[in-house]
Write a protein that binds this ligand. Structure first.
Ligand SMILES: *Cc1c(COP(=O)(O)O)cnc(C)c1O
Length: 489
């Protein structure tokens, strides 16, 4: 039974809002724009507060429980990030203000760019893109602009390993490139023979996720980059999985030419509700002239007494803007706060703990769940949510049952190369107790699958809604369960 909507709580004459007497003259509003049957709820303040507070608790969030959604890096979002993002000097400025009046904000953008360069090894960074996939599109457009600037018009082919994130082929296709899928080998690495066979003079480049979506580090990463470079192609690195390698391995040092970061994954800014995110792009010196602007720069170093003077510039061969104004600035403030709180050593520790936590969970589960690519993993790993002796229980049933215990399910049925995939990413912010509780629950569920499979097949049992028809829920999205009565003419 759905809870009553705020309109159903309405009682004629009840009031929760009080308006001051108008201090401007009253005027007549034209008849034709007035509606006398506008159905507004009449409700007291306390009921409004209870209604929305209750709604806010119906959803699972990282502040309410463990959220091991693979590839999404649902780490805890420290509250200090929110405090800094709300500082007046950041929150109450206007994007059209003259740059001299917002030096602190532009300085923050500059420092953030520098930190991202240091972490990745790149020469140039643009903070414009609004999310990871948007960063991909930007990066691929930069690759195209580079080839075009050299009169190299034949390069229309993008290689995408089958262990890549689904947004990679989408970004390439949107950029007008032809996609060629490269298979993985038995160890979960890119198949080198298949890759090299495609490296010819029509190659625009490769989009490679490393660590890949199996949670594995490409063991021949540098050979892959060399093979693509020798054919005149460029290497796009999907940096969304940077949480595994910060302070340990730098994509630019390995041969990557262009990469996006997910500030709303690696750098603890909130995500999951559709935004806003931030997906800055880093590039080599050769590609820097093509970056979208504006980019924060130091105009004048300043001196002992004088602070530096920051400005915003557009690179000479820029592909153009990809986002209004300066990108999602408030997300940049949160990410920069996170970096400042941790420092360089702290960021490295983040990656070490993220990898440790994933390996710990993998080790605790490998006797119960099949792990098809069972080797040391990075920040996540992929298990099979299926057993031969219980053919009627599937990954989805396991995930739904997890919800009864207050856990968000792992990513299901992705990557596609593992049947019945359960992709588990614990992140570094979870304690050993939480990891153990999760592992114990998954082990208990495996036992239930044998003793009481129906318990799984009909789960979840404890959530506000039971099992939804997922296809229908996505295709026929109903976000509002109340509609005003039809107006009568
Ligand atoms: C999340 C993710 C993306 C896309 O990022 P969005 O911000 O969701 O657009 C791309 N690649 C990988 C590997 C990811 O995990």
């Amino acid at each position: 039974m759905p809870e009553p909507t705020i309109f159903e709580l309405s009682s004629p004459g009840r009031q929760g809002a009080y308006f001051p007497e108008p201090d401007v003259p009253r005027t007549e509003i034209p008849e034709e724009i007035l509606r006398d049957n506008l159905p507004l709820p009449e409700i007291a303040e306390v009921d409004v507060v209870r209604h929305f507070t209750r709604l806010s608790q119906l959803n699972h969030g990282v502040d309410t429980g463990f959220y091991p959604l693979g590839s999404c890096t649902m780490k805890y979002n420290p509250k200090v990030n929110e405090q800094t993002a709300r500082l007046g000097g950041f929150a109450k400025i206007h994007p059209l203000q003259p740059v001299e009046t917002v030096q602190g904000a532009v300085g923050l953008m500059y420092e953030l760019q520098e930190w991202l360069k240091e972490i990745s090894g790149f020469s140039g960074v643009s903070l414009q893109p609004a999310a990871g996939a948007h960063g991909e599109l930007t990066g691929v457009l930069i690759m195209r602009a580079y080839h075009k600037s050299r009169g190299d018009h034949k390069r229309i082919k993008m290689l995408i390993p089958d262990s890549a994130h689904g947004t990679n082929p989408a970004s390439s296709a949107m950029s007008g490139l032809k996609i060629v899928e490269i298979p993985s080998d038995a160890r979960g690495n890119i198949d080198m023979d298949a890759l090299c066979a495609e490296c010819d003079d029509t190659l625009a480049g490769i989009m490679i996720t490393n660590p890949n979506t199996l949670g594995l580090f490409e063991e021949k990463f540098m050979e892959v980059c060399d093979c693509v470079h020798e054919a005149g192609g460029l290497v796009y690195g999907d940096g969304a999985n940077l949480n595994a390698i910060m302070g340990i391995s730098r994509p630019a040092d390995c041969g990557v030419d262009v990469l996006h970061f997910n500030l709303h994954k690696t750098f603890s800014t909130p995500h999951g509700g559709g935004g806003p995110g931030s997906g800055p792009v880093g590039v080599t010196a050769e590609l820097a002239p093509f970056l979208p602007g504006p980019i924060a720069t130091v105009i004048d170093e300043g001196g002992e007494e004088e602070p530096p003077l920051y400005g915003l510039v557009n690179p000479e061969n820029s592909i153009g803007r990809v986002k209004a104004f300066h990108g999602h600035f408030s997300i940049m403030v949160r990410a920069f706060t996170y970096m400042m709180m941790l420092g360089g050593e702290g960021l490295k520790a983040v990656s070490e703990h993220a990898v440790l936590n994933a390996n710990y969970l993998q080790a605790r589960l490998r006797d119960t769940y099949k792990i098809p690519h069972d080797r040391i993993c990075m920040h996540e790993f992929v298990a099979e949510g299926h057993w031969e002796d219980v053919p009627d229980v599937h990954a989805l049933d396991i995930s739904k049952r997890l919800m009864d215990f207050g856990f968000h399910p792992p990513t299901n049925y992705f990557p596609l190369i593992v049947p019945e995939a359960l992709m588990i990413e614990p992140t570094e912010t979870e304690s050993k107790e939480t990891l153990d509780a999760f592992a114990d629950t998954l082990i208990q569920i495996a036992e239930e699958a044998r003793t009481n499979p129906e318990m799984l097949q009909t789960a979840p049992h404890n959530t506000p809604f039971g099992r939804l028809d997922e296809v229908k829920a996505a295709r026929e999205l109903v976000l509002c369960c109340w509609f005003p009565e039809e107006e009568e003419d």
